[in-house]
Design a binder for this molecule. Sequence first.
Ligand SMILES: O=P(O)(O)OC[C@H]1O[C@H](O)[C@H](O)[C@@H](O)[C@@H]1O
Length: 526
Amino acid sequence: MDWNRLNQYFLRLPELNFSLDVSRVPFSDEFLSEHESQIQKAFDDMEALEAGAIANPDENRQVGHYWLRNAELAPDAETAESIRETLKAIHEFSHKVHDGSISGQGGKFENLLVIGIGGSALGPQFVAAALGNPTGDALVPHFFDNTDPAGMDLTLSTLAGKLDRTLAVVISKSGGTPETRNGMLEAEHAWKNAGLDFAKHAVAVTGEGSKLDKHAESAGWLARFPMWDWVGGRTSETGPVGLLPAALQGIDIDGILSGAAAMDEATRVRETLRNPAALLALMWLHETGGKGEKDMVVLPYKDRLSLFSKYLQQLVMESLGKEKDLEGNVVHQGIAVYGNKGSTDQHAYVQQLRDGVPNFFAVFIQVLQARAGSDSIEVDEKVTSGDFLHGFYLGTREALSDNGRASISMTIDDVTPSYVGMLIALFERAVGFYASLVGINAYHQPGVEAGKKAAASVLDVQRKVADRLADQTGTWKSVADLADELGLAGKEEWIYKILEQLSVNRPDIEQDSAPSSPAESSFRHS
Ligand SMILES: O=P(O)(O)OC[C@H]1O[C@H](O)[C@H](O)[C@@H](O)[C@@H]1O
């Protein structure tokens, strides 16, 4: 690649020891000048958002995640005070847990069970993996992030005999998400079965007055931490959602906050070529045509960052994947995100990236420090494992460029709390800028509701079908009969799938042996 172009489009932020290289995206100078007024408008939008505008018009909400790492910025004194007080409370609570002045029925807490989903799990999971240290964590984190009973059993099996020293942190902004509620109920049941009082081991992070908040209050849980209306789930990592589990784990949360604050500062600069979030958003615009034409493949060359792409999947796709723009036009926006880590992924899908359908751009994250300490063996003459990792990063990037595949690279020194904060803040702001560039609301998620509503209807049909079979115990019924008798014409497929599932999981519901098709199947209650 062109050394001059690299020097032209290599943004180094010396005060952050962070750099962004967009030289391998084939944009022209004209592209930048053509979009300058749009990016200036995005800066205006962001300024208004940070000043407390209703940046999420559909939900009539402010968007305040940037205030979390700089309370001074909050639009009113009460909000600022609440942020400071909460941070103080997180520190105090975790100190007390660490020194044993708050403990479980079996003694000092040693394990942490985080129960949450989506924005209430992905950030804590990413940070736990990036910054934790299983042999040195103050509390070792475990997660329930689904309503999969087998998954929960697996997690509980690793905590067998230790629940009396395990602190459960139930996280839900709305306080009504079914998966999280189910996880909480399953956990309460497990603690009870172990002869323990769940309330003495539980903490909630949730919106004031939510179902979860009320439940935690009336059951007398150890503590409750707020989840403010103006923080979205996918941008909540620097609020109590992310900070409480991290602090309990023993991670330096002030480091995360200061890294995020420093990146916020750097991405407020209105000079496009000096602003990494603006450059990132413009590169996304260039590569996707502003229409999601290409996917973003995130490839950190460091195991500790392997959950970052999963975290970004929600941040980017739930923010940008929208049917309508702010004016109500149908636009079907979005950028798909996937990736895991290099060089591992070279042995999985990089073949397609290099040679196959050119429908992506890559974002490489290079971490300079190979390992703690400098003691590395030579795995080949004069080269270490870390040199290989670095070589694979440069090699893959080169191979992609050679075949006309664009890539962006960012470089950090090491995976530290501060850099994790920076990465989160950088992508949060790039998402905000990109949303302005394409004219969408990044802060709502209307599409998520459809699946939730349909699931509720499925469970309603399940109750009716199971009751109907129970009313006629012993009688074999076909799907068509049940649909007809229950007035559920058109729902035959659901009825079949529901009964197929129930017959495996409930001893009182049976499916006839080996039917050749759903229509020929029959079921009975016995
Ligand atoms: O924190 P909760 O209210 O439980 O929400 C958890 C998740 O639920 C939904 O799926 C939303 O689309 C996500 O944005 C949110 O993070």
